[in-house]
Write a protein that binds this ligand. Structure first.
Ligand SMILES: Nc1ncnc2c1ncn2[C@@H]1O[C@H](COP(=O)(O)OP(=O)(O)OP(=O)(O)O)[C@@H](O)[C@H]1O
Ligand SMILES: Cc1cn([C@H]2C[C@H](O)[C@@H](COP(=O)(O)O)O2)c(=O)[nH]c1=O
Length: 210
């Protein structure tokens, strides 16, 4: 039975990039690794609707923190079986964003803390009602908002297909999301956390694999 690790952080923090580094580093160890990412664009209608809403479509859908969180949660729900099977078949299963993304972004949008109503609602909905597996460990990329926003801007400048969405354009929201993540870490929300970046992050997580 493998371990499930969620990789969390701001937009542009480098989550997708570090997943590549995990795969490279795991190849040098006697272990198997698999990964997925959320939102699962292109394979679930909920993920695509959420992205479209954050790019200005679907009326006032994106104005509701709960509606957006529900779309992200319904997207993840489709992956529940896949995640359980992946943990049976691999030593390490990585998720580029997981349930804590919903907790951190929703709490930041609604100016609530880690013990607030929306964080409780996210956990009840996703873990209790939808039965998503609880992550064994969560990695917060310790990349502060100024750097993450610079990277997201660079990516948008280089790639017309990666124009910034409503969350990425909102510098104040990004700052509050980072605070929310740090609050979740301090509260040991759901499972143990590591805050790290780069090679240190990769090795800290690989060392957790029995
Ligand atoms: N350690 C790093 N140093 C400098 N640039 C980086 C680093 N990691 C990633 N980048 C660059 O920053 C940009 C964002 O990286 P990436 O797509 O991995 O972030 P992300 O956290 O997955 O973003 P999102 O959540 O918005 O999808 C990319 O252009 C990537 O090449
Ligand atoms: C999975 C997930 C995502 N979000 C937010 C975080 C991002 O700003 C956007 C889109 O994600 P991407 O990584 O930039 O493609 O959605 C969220 O609030 N809740 C979630 O569960």
């Amino acid at each position: 039975m493998g371990i499930l690790v969620a990789i969390e952080g701001l937009d542009g923090a480098g989550k997708n990039t570090i997943v590549g580094k995990f795969h490279e580093a795991a190849a040098g160890r006697a272990m198997t690794i698999t990964s997925t990412s959320f939102p699962s664009y292109g394979s679930s209608v909920e993920a695509d609707l959420a992205a479209e809403a954050l790019h200005g479509e679907h009326g006032d859908l994106s104005a509701s923190a709960y509606a957006m969180a529900l779309l992200f949660a319904l997207d993840r729900r489709r992956w529940s079986q896949w995640l359980r099977r992946a943990c049976d078949e691999h030593d390490l299963v990585l998720c580029d964003r997981y349930v804590a993304s919903n907790a951190a972004y929703s709490a930041a949008r609604l100016d609530q803390g880690p013990d607030g109503e929306v964080v409780r609602w996210v956990a009840d909905l996703e873990f209790t009602r939808f039965g998503l597996p609880v992550p064994d460990h969560q990695l917060l990329l310790g990349v502060p908002p100024e750097i993450a926003m610079e990277r997201a801007q660079g990516r948008a400048d280089d790639d017309a297909g990666r124009a910034k969405d409503a969350y990425e354009r909102d510098a104040d929201l990004q700052t509050r999301v980072y605070r929310s993540y740090l609050d979740l870490v301090d509260a040991h929300w759901i499972s143990p956390w590591t805050v790290a970046d780069g090679d240190a992050a990769v090795h800290a997580i690989l060392d957790l694999v029995p």
